[in-house]
Design a protein. Structure first.
Length: 181
């Protein structure tokens, strides 16, 4: 019949006020499983094979992905390729866990899917990426989780007296800026 609206295809069509705006979903991508990934890679020094050093600026890597086909190893490879990671370095990828109120590391498909699920209502996951040396223990040269907490950066709680910063405050602040997608 003329003038009649087509039946809703997606749950968000039935209750649009309860769901995120999905107008950003590219044609051909399933809007029921699409999400935005905002990756923030902090500035780092790339270590080359010949023991050289190259300064790399902080960067944002925005992506539109499908939850059903997201794979941790493929995502890690994409990030590594995009920033041209040195052979002596690895990535430490974290996200803000709303339940534990700390940055949690992602190192498997299970943890990645847990992070996606945590932010599914807004269909956007922000990841913080730090480049560290392969031979380092993660906790030695990587900045601590407490220091990265937004409340510490805003000065609302005191940092422990014995905690030292691995970065200047400007570098820490700039690495936590939310990338725009």
């Amino acid at each position: 019949m003329e003038g009649e609206e087509p039946p809703p295809q997606f749950f968000s069509d039935i209750f649009p006020e309860n769901h995120a705006d999905l107008s950003w979903v590219p044609d051909g991508m399933d809007p029921n499983s699409s999400y935005k990934l905002a990756v923030r890679v902090g500035a780092y020094v790339k270590l080359t094979d010949d023991d050289g050093r190259e300064y790399c600026k902080a960067c944002n890597i925005p992506k539109n992905l499908d939850r059903d086909s997201t794979n941790w190893n493929d995502l890690l490879l994409e990030i590594t390729t995009e920033i041209k990671l040195g052979p002596k370095q690895k990535l430490r990828v974290t996200y803000w866990d709303n339940m534990s109120h700390s940055y949690e590391e992602i190192d498997s498909d299970r943890k990645l899917l847990h992070a996606i699920d945590m932010y599914w209502d807004i269909r956007r996951l922000s990841l913080q990426v730090r480049v560290i040396r392969k031979d380092d223990e993660d906790h030695i040269h990587d900045i601590g989780r407490l220091e990265n907490m937004p409340s510490v950066l805003q000065g609302s709680i005191d940092t422990p007296a014995n905690q030292t910063s691995a970065q200047t405050s400007l570098e820490t602040d700039s690495s936590l800026v939310e990338p725009q997608i």
